[in-house]
Design a protein around this ligand. Structure first.
Ligand code: CMX
Length: 134
């Protein structure tokens, strides 16, 4: 298992509408897509800063992991996503090395990617996502 690159950085925001002016008017980035990921109870806005994707995450329900995160820690960096050639194999390998998985097998995420999360308690406090095309 080896990540090919950082797929994206996820940032929890109270409101996309309130956060977008900073990314667009101050940083000069351009939102290329907005997508609701029902399964994850979030609405996302996507930006590219050079080669690096930034995903702004707004909760769509009080039960959303993003709503719970903001309630506890406030808005800010929420997770780091690594691109993996084979998410299923990467999850299995991480589990075999003692990492606690949130997702035992990949599920559907934003932009049609397969995703799986590792628990922050097993990863030095950083909620970690594996992403891939399969
Ligand atoms: N980063 C670091 N630590 C986090 C965290 C995060 N994003 N979210 C929660 N935690 C920590 C909490 O601070 C808490 O720590 P303490 O026990 O020390 O207080 C612990 O994890 C448990 O948190 P909780 O608030 O009780 O929440 P839950 O256990 O119910 O859920 C988690 C935590 C990580 C399992 C859940 O948020 C999850 O399943 N996340 C993965 C899915 C997700 O985040 N989806 C949204 C993004 C989707 C997308 O990118 O499309």
């Amino acid at each position: 298992m080896k990540p090919t690159h950082i797929e994206h950085i996820g940032i929890a925001v109270n409101s996309l509408e309130e956060s977008i002016p900073y990314y667009e008017e101050v940083l000069g980035l351009e939102c290329y897509a907005v997508e609701e990921v029902t399964d994850q109870k979030v609405k996302t806005a996507f930006y590219m800063a050079g080669q690096t994707k930034i995903e702004l995450l707004e909760a769509t329900s009080k039960e959303s992991p993003v709503a719970k995160f903001i309630e506890k820690k406030g808005p800010g960096i929420h997770h780091l996503a690594f691109a993996m050639e084979d998410v299923n194999t990467a999850l299995k390998e991480a589990e075999a090395k003692g990492v606690q998985l949130i997702d035992k097998s990949p599920r559907g995420g934003a932009e049609g990617l397969s995703i799986g999360f590792l628990h922050p308690k097993s990863t030095g406090g950083v909620l970690t996502e594996f992403c891939g095309k399969e």
